[in-house]
Design a protein around this ligand. Sequence first.
Ligand SMILES: [Zn+2]
Length: 447
Amino acid sequence: MVVTMDPSRRIIENGAIAIEGDLIKDVGATPALEAKHTGAETIDASGRIVVPGLICSHSHLYGVLLRGASLPITPPSDFTQILQRVWWPVDEALTYEDAYASALVACMEFAKSGTTLFADTYSGPNSIEGVLDHIARAVEEIGIRGFIAFETTERHTKTEGERGVMENVRYAKKTRGKADTKALPMLSIHASFTVTDELIRNVRNYANELNIPITIHTSEGMGDVHHNLENYGKRTVERLRDVGLLGPDVVLAHCVNLTDNELDIIKQTGAKIAHNPMSNMLNAVGVAPLAKMLGRRIPVGLGNDGYIFDMFENMRAAFLLHRAHAKDPRVTDPYQILEMATIDGARLYGKEHELGSLEIGKRADVVIVNPRIMPTPLTAKSVVGHLVNTVDGDDVQTVFVDGKKIVDNGKLVRMDESAVQEKSQAAAARLWARLEQMAPQIDSLRK
Ligand SMILES: [Zn+2]
């Protein structure tokens, strides 16, 4: 069952895909392709679902290191406190080794659950220069594809902000013109409440010069909104527009607390949105106005924000959350959710002509799903419902990136999975110990 995600929404029962080199050469009915492409090596995917590699539009690979951690601090009571007392201390404690080990295990989890492209933002004031090389190494070793960036912020000093910008610029210049690079450059700004207009303009200028995307957390919690109203007399998106940031190369992460006017501004400027429903629930920031975004035809991708790396779970969360919130079952449909995790994710980063669907001439990022349980018939009509309601990442059998197998029979091809986990577990244990030491100081911030 080939779910192409092409513009005509073609789903092919008894379908086949022909891959040559790193590209998709043909998509169609199996008998026709067998007759045309004789002598090709074949993979029997009978009874399976074939989809484009899933796309995670917003992530923090290092977020994986905090899974299961319980820090001895007074529990934060809102999102600003979560940043101040969890994420910012974590950022400070991160090392180059942590960046590599977390990227490795997170890329492994993405790959094994069918995600082939992600957009990552790394944050760590004590591991800035050169850190993107460590993350890129992990991306290349797993064989996945990802946009990677250092998250620039002036939380501590202006210099810290400049150093962050220059790390992104350095990596972009280093990879410029290298067509086979899997770890793609991007510019990242933490959020408008930790940077000056000057830094935002600087990032905009570099994006124009280097022709790479920009991402920024936007009105995730109310702290961002209040900061901009108090200091600039404007809401977040109004300030980002006025400073000249917004354009089709900008991906705004979250956009939970926006007015209708701000949504109109996003539409007018061509900026795009990465929606992170599971993270929004975890951080208790509220529910993003997804129906209003899609109603304006703003491109929306699906992100995990460094939380749950199985994109099938993230799809299910997006599908359900908005129904519960709106008390209206019409607000989400499975196909739209699948678009967010495939072709629209590609659109966010200007990759819709190369990735995000199974079409002739596109890169062969292909996932074969083998559902362990299929309680009802698998047909062209039911398959999208099954992808959102039945399947999860553990059902992913085979994953190709650029026509090369990176997951085979559920196992990572290029690296030993237990070695990857040993590295990340050791890094996490050391990080947790450092955080434990920092805990009294973190808690004193409350006074
Ligand atoms: Zn984020």
